[in-house]
Design a protein around this ligand. Structure first.
Ligand code: ATP
Ligand code: MG
Length: 392
């Protein structure tokens, strides 16, 4: 029945030049997302509104699901497009529309008409009143409520006539690409994909880095991270995923440093290396899935020790969330099932029985002196040998 969607977006903070950037980024992301839906679509901007028009047959559910992954969309309104064939025909079509969309017909409603084509012979107010009257005649149990109608039936007169009354919620946020770029430390767990999603939702484009430790972590574990990146990319657009071979560095730390400090030291090197890729890719920050107190390496002291090596801001969007709250988001965005597959990531293999929970930065730095001889070369090597996968 539907031919198009009217895309509504929150307009706060997008005045002037920003508005064009916002709209253009939104249209780009809409086109990208709709590639997953069956059908051909045309995305246009007209008089400050964005329309998605289907060219012929399309899968309605798939199109809506795709649009619901586009940050910046506040509401998705399915639209019926009618030819302008006179008032009688329009009235008939509007009644048929109400009949089909609202089976119980006991609703309060209002008709809102807008004449974008000024040559149309009936003024907006008159058109709304006429159509409202016809609906009442056809469905006597419907009532008009001009203040707070349950259904607002909008009729827009353009070259063709646009009819809509429903609104499906979008994901909110801002279009990816309107707020720069950041580097996500993506592991195979539950938290980091959620963290990436949350930052992308604010309009930030993301790339990612994964620390792989073969043979301690399997090919399957890497594949799982690629799969997670794909799921995040459905929202964020393409992600450049850098897969860093971290084995030698891990073994070196294991050999030279106290085992209870291993996780913290390892995490500090992860951040350092991630920053290298961040600079390379033009990112202005790092993103992690850390949450205060979740594990030993995420006590406030551990976070401080990890953070100490970073020169860029580190965004930790789930920092104040309980695990269950993070799980709820991962279920909602569709990463949960993949995250709980049982492949070890590199951290779980080298964890000490009793890791320090209150590391002292000075003590950690002293331990790191044991790495002086080779670590800089090893970091170079890890950066230079990383494999970059473009995840669509
Ligand atoms: P997650 O569920 O995201 O794996 P986690 O609860 O397992 O998190 P940690 O293993 O302590 O927590 O990792 C904290 C954060 O460090 C992760 O959210 C992620 O951003 C980053 N991280 C951990 N391991 C890796 C890895 N192998 N590659 C890339 N980033 C990692
Ligand atoms: Mg993890």
């Amino acid at each position: 029945m539907f031919h198009a969607f009217l895309i509504k977006y929150a307009e706060i903070g997008i005045k002037g030049k920003n508005r064009y950037l916002f709209e253009d980024a939104l249209m780009k992301q809409i086109r990208h997302a709709l590639r997953e839906a069956e059908g051909e679509f045309e995305v246009t901007k007209e008089q400050g509104r964005i329309y998605v028009r289907a060219e012929g047959e399309f899968d309605f559910e798939e199109a809506v699901e795709s649009l619901q992954r586009v940050f910046g969309i506040a509401e998705i309104c399915p639209v019926v497009i009618l030819e302008d064939e006179g008032y009688e025909k329009l009235s008939k079509d509007v009644i048929a529309y109400v009949d089909e969309q609202y089976p119980d017909k006991k609703k309060t409603f209002k008709v809102y008409a807008r004449r974008a084509k000024k040559s149309y012979p009936i003024p907006s107010m008159e058109l709304a009143a006429e159509l409202g009257g016809d609906i009442l005649d056809a469905f006597p149990d419907m009532t008009v409520d001009v203040r707070k109608p349950e259904i607002l039936i909008t009729v827009e007169i353009r070259e063709k006539i646009y009819l809509y009354s429903q609104s499906i919620p979008g994901p909110g946020g801002m279009p990816v690409g309107t707020n720069g770029k950041a580097m996500l430390l993506l592991s195979g767990g539950i938290d980091s994909p959620v963290a990436g999603y949350m930052i992308a939702k604010r309009g930030v484009k993301i790339d990612a880095v994964y620390f792989h430790a073969p043979p301690y972590t399997s090919e399957r574990a890497k594949q799982k991270v690629v799969d997670l990146a794909k799921l995040v990319a459905r929202y964020s657009g393409p992600i450049h995923l850098h897969v860093v071979n971290f084995t030698d560095i891990q073994l070196y730390i294991y050999e030279k440093c106290p085992h209870d400090e291993l996780t913290i030291i390892m995490r500090r090197y992860m951040m350092k290396i991630a920053e290298r890729f961040a600079h390379q890719d033009g990112c202005l920050g790092l993103i992690t899935g850390e949450s205060i107190g979740q594990v030993a390496s995420q006590t406030i002291q551990s976070l401080a020790a990890t953070n100490e090596v970073c020169t860029m801001p580190v965004f930790r969007p789930v920092i104040g969330f309980d695990k269950q709250e993070i799980v709820d988001i991962s279920v909602k965005i569709g990463t949960y099932e993949t995250s709980i597959q049982p492949f070890e990531d590199c951290c779980t293999i080298f964890v000490a029985k009793h890791p320090v929970t209150k590391p002292n930065v000075n003590v950690i730095k002293r331990s790191e002196l044991n790495l002086q001889e080779k670590i800089d070369d090893m970091i170079e090597e890890a950066v230079n040998t990383a494999e970059t996968i473009v995840v669509q």
